[in-house]
Write a new protein. Structure first.
Length: 322
């Protein structure tokens, strides 16, 4: 869905200037994101022994992180494999010269599947075979391999008991995709450093296996406590996003609020002083549509009412403030 779809909903305003409509649509989206944290993304990380600092980088460079919901941090108790790829021996049917991308998960029979590893990419050799290899994961009974030809869309190709896999093209990818969460995920407490005090660039804590707590600096940095002495533990952080550039396509997570965005824009149209191209000034209509928008925003805000952010911590809604 793009801005033109919203403008098409405003059929009562014939010849509404597109530039003004686009500006108000963007303003509505930004207000929703800032006030309700309805636009989120789950970022997946793997620990590296001795590394305690990670950067929160959204996949869309047109957005910025404004906070982390209070329930937005979890980690995986069975470590995630970290494979390497190399030219395979024998003969296969993969296309020589093409890049193939892989993600691997671990399976614990009594619990389920871990998060996938970070992306692994390898150019297929003339043999048409790519070999993957990884260290055994303590507690894992088997491993699942997912393949992609574009680096974005991954599909299941095989499950193996050993810590290696030769992709020769004989296993056809299915529609099954890597998990974005795991039954093995555990909640982690989140420390908000805005409240607890800023850490220095040399901040460290005790080292040990497992993650006990994550500290968030209110911007784009998180730090793990304890400092892991083991690589490959999977953890994920849900972040709230805010558009920082001029966009014309509405993010999928914002699309369900099409009606609310329309109310906001109608309020702006009716509140705009009359000009040759803007003839709809009506304070009563303006107040009606803005009240509709704010009520809907308040209901949405109550669904995610606590978290950690850079001065925009989401709090329980005080309905009297509307």
């Amino acid at each position: 869905m793009d801005f033109d779809d919203i403008i098409g909903d405003l059929s009562e305003f014939q010849d509404l200037p597109v530039s003004k409509a686009n500006r108000w649509i963007l303003e509505a989206i930004r207000d929703l994101c800032n006030e309700t944290w309805c636009y989120t993304e789950i970022l997946t990380f793997l620990t590296t022994a001795g590394t305690f600092e990670h950067t929160l980088s959204p996949s869309d460079g047109a957005t910025m992180v404004i906070g982390i919901p209070a329930d937005g941090v979890q980690f995986c108790t069975v470590h995630t494999p970290q494979p390497s790829a190399e030219d395979g021996t024998g003969t296969g049917t993969l296309t020589a010269g093409n890049d193939y991308h892989y993600k691997v998960t671990a399976i614990a029979d009594d619990y389920g599947e871990t998060l996938p590893c970070a992306l692994v990419t390898h150019e297929c050799p003339a043999t048409g075979v790519i070999s993957l290899d990884w260290d055994d994961i303590d507690g894992a009974d088997s491993y699942r391999i997912y393949q992609s030809t574009d680096g974005t869309n991954f599909y299941y190709v095989s499950e193996v008991d050993d810590s290696e896999y030769d992709d020769d093209g004989s296993d056809t990818p299915t529609t099954a995709v890597p998990p974005t969460t795991s039954v093995l995920m555990k909640d982690i407490g989140l420390g908000n450093t805005i409240i607890e005090g800023s850490f220095s660039s040399t901040w460290r804590s005790r080292e040990g296996e497992g993650i006990g707590k994550i500290f968030y600096d209110g911007g784009t940095t998180i730090r793990l406590d304890t400092i892991p002495d083991t690589s490959g533990m999977g953890f994920q952080v849900k972040v709230a996003l805010y558009p920082i550039s001029e966009i014309t396509t509405i993010p999928a997570q914002i699309a369900p609020y099409r009606t609310e965005i329309g109310h906001f824009v109608r309020g702006k149209v009716f509140g705009h002083p009359k000009t040759k191209t803007m003839l709809w000034y009506d304070p009563q209509e303006r107040n009606y549509y803005m009240a509709q928008y704010r009520r809907a925003r308040a209901r949405l805000k109550m669904r995610v009412f606590t978290g950690f952010g850079h001065g925009n911590r989401v709090k329980p809604v005080d309905f009297l403030s509307w």
